[in-house]
Design a protein around this ligand. Structure first.
Ligand SMILES: [Zn+2]
Length: 497
């Protein structure tokens, strides 16, 4: 099964499902959207396709990338760019199988489900996954799983190394008009690559680490890892068991040759520093003169929009802490600044090796997004500030003020906060998609009015059952005073009551 020549990409077009080859996709012979039953696998499949596109063809500059976005490749050019890379993408290659190492020494084979993030690692999995998922996987689904485990999901734990981005990074991709465009919009030009990794030129001919292996115990500076090597980085030693006869793939449901297990072995090395992954933003803080960088991840149940500023907006003025958008977005600011942009955002939320939640969402940002990052920041901050006002009031209702007001002992913070996020999610999405970035004031005011109404309504609803409790009246009055004070502080100057 070779990812460059076989038909493994599951797509849906006008109600028809089929698997197509990369050539059909890049040469514009077939159109459609990716289609896999698991949303995280679909996202990983897209990431893998973008990585392959980057490996096959790194455009020189904006102009060349623009041409790729507009015009499909010819089959001759496709064959030409694949020629030297066929050995990199063959799942069953005798020496250098895709994202695997030959000769992995393991006593017992590991069942396939271990390659599907979140299937075999937790307690309430029946809730997230249908039973039987991951018993047998076809070549395409295995390739996507290997790539997903190497890039997005927590490591297997117990001494297995995690991805270059840490355990569960948030991934951001740009969505184009169709799948082919989406692939190219997430490919870096040489120009962009040089600006985000100054070592790009001298490392651009490196091969993946499953071809040119890392030595055990090696210390590897992130700044020695080239673009292609980093995109296909395999942190662990895995080897698939030989492919078997046709069976139903428990991920995509197609009847194809399947894999039923793999071998895995611990392998230790250290990557020093942070590798600037094209699809991830980074935040930084300076501690004792040392810059510490991190990839944002979903650490709570707060919805994805609360992270949007971190994902899209650069804040580099403050030398102590700040953030920088993903390299693909830095590039898009020059490439599609004049248009609306559509983003795909996803990732896992974990507790160590256990996946608690997975996300795969879409955001649109109105035209003007590229120059007016501050507006995105303000919208996000506004949404969070109204949540805080509500939280603070309900917290006071629960605990009161020491020696002065006796708290009610009823903590409504978490359920009401969940309601707040639920009731405001569409509103926030709409605001990002429709705001006039050049003159945002009226939109911001309207947003604040609506958020305020939601907060007041939720507060009244939540505390209603306790209004008749004499012992709680003081706590309720305290909470209400706090809420009105906070809401008043959120009004723009001049409008305060
Ligand atoms: Zn499959």
């Amino acid at each position: 099964m070779n990812l460059l020549t076989d038909a493994w990409i599951p797509i849906q077009h006008q109600g028809n499902y089929q698997k197509i080859g990369l050539q059909q996709l890049l040469c514009g012979e077939t159109d459609g959207e990716l289609c896999l039953p698991r949303d995280d696998m679909e996202l990983a499949c897209l990431q893998l396709l973008c990585a392959i596109a980057q490996v096959l063809f790194t455009p020189k500059d904006k102009k060349e990338l623009g041409r790729l976005v507009q015009q499909p490749l010819t089959p001759e050019i496709y064959a030409e760019v694949c020629k030297d890379k066929l050995d990199w993408f063959d799942l069953n290659h005798p020496q250098t199988p895709f994202m695997q190492i030959r000769g992995v020494d393991a006593k017992e084979p590991t069942p396939m489900e271990k390659l599907l993030a979140g299937v075999a690692d937790g307690t309430n999995k029946a809730f997230v996954n249908p039973p039987g998922l991951g018993e047998a996987l076809c070549g395409g689904c295995v390739a996507v799983s290997l790539f997903n485990v190497a890039n997005n999901s927590p490591s297997m734990g117990g001494g297995f190394k995690g991805s270059l981005r840490g355990s569960t990074p948030i991934t951001v991709l740009i969505k184009g008009k169709d799948l082919r465009q989406t692939l190219w919009l997430n490919v870096l030009t040489e120009e962009t690559a040089e600006s985000v990794m100054p070592w790009y030129q001298k490392t651009k001919n490196q091969r993946p680490n499953y071809l040119d292996r890392v030595n055990a115990g090696e210390k590897i500076p992130a700044s020695s890892i080239g673009l292609v090597r980093g995109l296909l980085w395999q942190p662990s030693h895995f080897e698939l068991l030989p492919v078997e006869n046709n069976a139903i793939c428990s991920c995509c449901g197609c009847e194809e040759p399947v894999y039923r297990g793999f071998k895995k072995a611990k392998f230790n090395y250290t990557v020093e520093g942070i590798w600037p992954h094209p699809l991830s933003s980074r935040t930084f803080t300076v501690k004792k003169g040392e810059k510490e960088e991190k990839f944002p991840s979903f650490t709570s149940t707060a919805p994805t929009w609360t992270h949007l500023s971190k994902l899209v907006v650069d804040q580099l003025e403050d030398t102590q802490n700040g953030q920088q958008a993903a390299p693909v977005l830095q590039q898009a600011r020059k490439l599609i600044a004049a248009d609306k942009i559509h983003l795909i955002v996803g990732g896992y939320r974990n507790n160590k090796a256990t996946v608690l939640e997975r996300r795969h969402e879409f955001f649109s940002l109105a035209q003007g997004w590229a120059e007016h990052g501050l507006v995105i920041h303000k919208i996000t901050q506004g949404g969070l500030a109204y949540r805080s006002a509500l939280h603070k009031a309900l917290y006071l209702f629960a605990v009161g003020v020491k020696d002065k007001v006796h708290g009610s002992g009823v903590n409504l913070c978490n359920p009401v906060e969940a309601n707040y996020y639920q009731q405001t999610e569409n509103l926030l999405h709409q605001t990002f998609a429709c705001v006039n970035f050049a003159a945002p004031d009226s939109t911001l005011q309207a947003l604040n009015r609506k958020l305020k109404a939601v907060v007041l309504d939720l507060f009244e609803q939540a505390t209603k059952p306790y209004r008749q409790e004499p012992k709680m009246l003081k706590a309720l009055a305290l909470a209400r005073r706090s809420l009105h004070k906070s809401l008043n502080e959120l009004e723009p100057e001049g409008a305060k009551t």
